[in-house]
Design a protein around this ligand. Structure first.
Ligand code: ADP
Length: 616
C-alpha cells in the first residue's frame, strides 16, 4: 500500500547533534508526514527538493511540545520534539496551531508504538536536561507522557461567554475529514459537511452543532471556518476599490503599516496593500504603498500565503498572523483602513477632546520604571503629579487601545489607579495616570518584609477587593490581576492598575498561554486551557494575590516551571497556606481556587468576607 500524506509544511529543524562535539544549527526544511515516515528535505529553487532525513514512524517513542523559558534563536518560536531510536529531533513551528497540528498527528500515528512512559518537557542543552537537570542525555524522562494528547487537553464544559464578540449571523465550519468521537461529549464529523460553530476559543477543541441540533466537541484541526469570499465583516477588507484608490486612501492615512485587503484585478484573487515609510533598496519613492498578492499553494491543508514560508488555511488567519509579524513583508500589518472606518473616525473625533491630553500641558520628569509597553516617567499635568507611560509602537495595538481608553477613563474608583487621559499627539503615544508614590505592591511587600502586620495585609487585600468589586459590577475583566499590577499610594492605600491592558499587548509571548511570559501562575485553569476570561478568572488571580500579600511578596510556585504548575493544578494541588495567613483568609484563597468558575465567590462576596475579618 502507498503511504498517505497526512501533513506537510516548512518548519525549522535543529541539528540532532549526534556527536557531542558537533555545533548546533537551525535549518529551514520542508517536512512531510505520511503514514510511514516523517521526512524532511531541503528546498532548492528550480530543482528537486533534496531529502535530508527520514524517520520511520515505528521508531518514534515520543512526540510532544517543548515548554521552555530559553530564548529561541530562530525565526519559528514554537518547538516540539520527536524522540526516535536514541535521538531527539527538535522542530520549530511558526505558530502554536501549526505545532499542535503536527504533534497531534504524530501522536495519532505513533500511539501503538513502544512509547516512553515519561519524557522531558524542556530542552537538552549544554550537557543537561533543563527540566530535571539530569546530565545523561538518555536519562528517563521526568514527566508522564500522554500518548493521546486529546483527552487531557479538552476544555471544560461550555459556559456562556459574555466576552465573545457579537457576531452577525452564525459562523459556519466545514469538516476537512471524518472524525469518530473518542469521548462522550464529542460530535462525529463527516467530511465536507457544514456545522455551526458554537465556541472556537480553544486552540484544540471547538464546540459545534450539526444539522439536526446535536452539539459536541471536535478537534479544531478537523474543521475550517467557512468564510467563502465573504470578508465584508472584516475592517481590513475593501471590496470595490481599485489599486489607485487604495494607494490614495493609504497615503492619506499616512501611518506606518496602514493596510487593507482588496480584490485584485484577477478574479478570485486578493491583494494586500500596505503603506510604509521604510527606505526601499531600489530607489523606490518614499513613503509608498506596496502591494502583495495573496497566493495559494497547490496542495496541503494550509495553502494561503503572502510570504512563502508562512502558510494558512484561511485568509483571516493569514491576515491575523501578519498583523503581529512582518515575516517577509515590508512591515507588519498595523492599522486596518477601510472606507467605512473613515466615516466612523469622524464620530470618534467628536469624543476626542474628552480623553486627549494636550502635550503643552504635560511635562515629563524622571524615570519611575519600565514595563511591558515601555518606560514609565514621572510627570506633571494641570498642576498634578502624574505617571506617564510611554508606549513603544511595536508593543501595543494602539488603535484598539484608543477606542478602549474612552471606556477605561470612565472607570473611576478610589481603589483603581485612575487613567486621566491619552496623549496621541506626541510620539510615542503616552498614557497619563494617577501618581502612586510607593510603586508596585510586589516590590513594596518585599521591601517591607517582616514589618507588615497581619491587619495591614488584610487591609491591602480589602483595598484590592474593593477595586475589583467595582470592576466586576462594571462588567470589566482585569485579565492580569497580580501584586505587580497593583500600586501603593502615599498613604499606603493599595489600588488596582493595568486593568484590561493585556488585550493590547502585541508580543505573542505574553498573550498565548503556552508562552514563557504568560502569567500562568496567576491564571485560572479555564484561562490556561482555553482563554476563557471572566470576573471569576480574576477571582482566581485575586486568591494568588492574597497569597503574595501574606507571604510578603514571594513568587508563587517559586521553583516550578509553568508546565509543572499546570500539571499540579490539573491534579488538584494548590498553593500552600502562608505562615502568616489566618485560617479564615486561607479558606478564602482556597475558595478562589475552586476548579469551576461558578463555585468561586464573587468580588462583592469576597469584599464582604474580608471586611468582616478586619477591624476597619
Ligand atoms: P506596564 O503596564 O507597561 O507593564 P507597569 O505598570 O508594570 O508597566 O509599570 C512599570 C513600573 O513603573 C512599575 O513597577 C512602577 O514602579 C512604575 N509605575 C507604573 N505606574 C505608576 C504610577 N501610576 N505611579 C507611580 N509609579 C508607577
Amino acid at each position: 500500500m502507498f503511504p498517505r500524506v497526512i501533513l506537510k509544511g516548512t518548519m525549522i529543524k535543529k541539528s540532532q547533534q549526534k556527536k557531542r562535539t558537533s555545533p548546533s544549527n537551525y535549518k529551514s526544511r520542508f517536512f512531510v508526514l505520511d503514514t510511514q515516515d516523517l521526512k524532511y528535505s531541503e528546498r532548492r529553487p528550480g530543482r528537486k527538493p533534496l531529502v535530508k532525513g527520514c524517520i520511520k514512524l515505528n521508531t518514534i517513542k515520543c512526540a510532544e511540545i517543548v515548554c521552555t523559558d530559553v530564548p529561541i534563536p530562530c525565526d519559528f518560536k514554537y518547538p516540539f520534539q520527536v524522540f526516535h531510536e536514541n535521538h531527539y529531533l527538535y522542530i520549530f513551528a511558526p505558530d502554536n496551531d501549526c505545532r499542535q497540528r503536527w504533534v497531534r498527528a504524530l501522536k495519532e500515528e505513533t500511539k501503538n508504538n513502544n512509547l516512553v512512559a515519561k519524557y522531558h518537557p524542556n530542552f537538552w542543552m549544554d550537557g543537561k536536561w533543563r527540566c530535571c537537570q539530569q546530565t545523561e542525555r538518555l536519562a528517563t524522562g521526568c514527566h508522564v507522557y500522554d500518548p493521546v494528547g486529546y483527552a487531557s487537553k479538552k476544555p471544560l464544559p461550555l459556559l456562556p461567554d459574555p466576552e465573545s464578540e457579537p457576531e452577525e449571523g452564525q459562523r459556519i465550519v466545514i469538516a476537512l475529514q471524518d472524525y469518530t468521537p473518542i469521548g462522550v461529549d464529542d460530535l462525529p464529523l463527516q467530511k465536507d459537511h457544514e456545522y455551526v460553530l458554537i465556541n472556537g476559543s480553544h486552540a484544540d477543541w471547538w464546540a459545534v452543532e450539526d444539522g439536526v441540533g446535536n452539539t459536541g466537541f471536535v478537534p479544531s484541526t478537523y474543521v475550517a471556518l467557512k468564510y467563502g469570499n465573504n470578508f465584508e465583516r472584516f475592517e481590513w477588507y475593501n471590496k470595490n476599490i481599485t489599486r489607485g484608490e487604495a494607494e490614495e486612501l493609504l497615503m492619506k492615512e499616512g501611518k506606518e503599516g496602514a493596510f487593507m485587503m482588496r480584490d485584485s484585478r484577477q478574479a478570485g484573487v486578493y491583494t494586500v496593500s500596505v503603506f510604509t515609510k521604510a527606505p526601499g533598496s531600489n530607489g523606490e519613492k518614499n513613503p509608498r504603498v506596496k502591494h502583495y498578492q495573496i497566493r495559494q499553494a497547490e496542495t496541503g491543508e494550509a495553502t494561503y500565503y503572502l510570504a512563502e514560508k508562512y502558510l494558512f488555511s484561511t485568509i483571516p488567519e493569514l491576515i491575523h498572523y501578519h498583523q503581529h509579524n512582518a515575516a517577509g513583508l515590508i512591515t507588519r500589518l498595523r492599522h486596518p483602513v477601510s472606507l467605512d472606518k473613515r466615516c466612523s473616525l469622524d464620530v470618534s473625533d467628536i469624543l476626542k477632546d474628552q480623553w486627549e491630553v494636550d502635550p503643552e500641558e504635560l511635562t515629563l520628569g524622571r524615570e519611575l520604571g519600565s514595563g511591558q509597553f515601555g518606560l514609565v516617567l514621572e510627570g506633571r499635568w494641570r498642576e498634578t503629579k502624574v505617571a506617564v507611560k510611554m508606549i513603544r509602537e511595536e508593543c501595543m495595538s494602539d488603535d484598539d487601545f484608543k477606542e478602549e481608553a474612552k471606556v477605561m477613563m470612565k472607570l473611576s474608583h478610589s481603589k483603581l489607579v485612575q487613567l486621566y487621559g491619552v496623549c496621541t499627539q506626541r510620539s510615542p503615544m503616552c498614557l497619563v495616570f494617577e501618581f502612586m508614590e510607593k510603586g508596585c505592591l510586589s516590590d513594596y511587600l518585599r521591601a517591607k518584609k517582616g514589618r507588615i502586620s497581619q491587619d495591614t495585609m488584610l487591609g491591602m487585600c480589602l483595598d484590592v477587593s474593593e477595586g475589583m468589586a467595582y470592576l466586576e459590577s462594571s462588567n470589566f475583566i482585569h485579565r492580569d490581576l497580580a501584586a505587580r499590577n497593583c500600586l501603593v499610594s502615599k498613604n499606603n492605600e493599595v489600588k488596582v492598575s493595568d486593568f484590561g491592558m493585556t488585550r493590547f499587548v502585541l508580543d505573542d509571548q505574553y498573550t498565548s498561554s503556552q508562552c514563557s511570559k504568560f502569567p500562568v501562575k496567576w491564571s485560572a485553569p479555564e484561562v490556561i486551557r482555553y482563554s476563557k476570561f471572566s470576573s471569576k478568572s480574576d477571582v482566581w488571580s485575586f486568591g494568588v494575590l492574597m497569597w503574595e500579600v501574606f507571604t510578603e511578596g514571594r513568587l508563587p510556585y517559586e521553583n516550578r516551571t509553568n508546565a509543572e504548575v499546570v500539571e499540579s493544578l490539573n491534579s488538584g494541588l494548590r498553593l500552600i497556606k502562608p505562615r502568616l495567613a489566618p485560617d479564615a483568609v486561607h479558606q478564602l484563597m482556597e475558595w478562589c481556587w475552586k476548579e469551576k468558575p461558578d463555585d468561586r465567590p464573587s468580588f462583592a462576596l469576597l469584599l464582604h468576607e474580608l471586611a468582616s475579618h478586619t477591624n476597619l
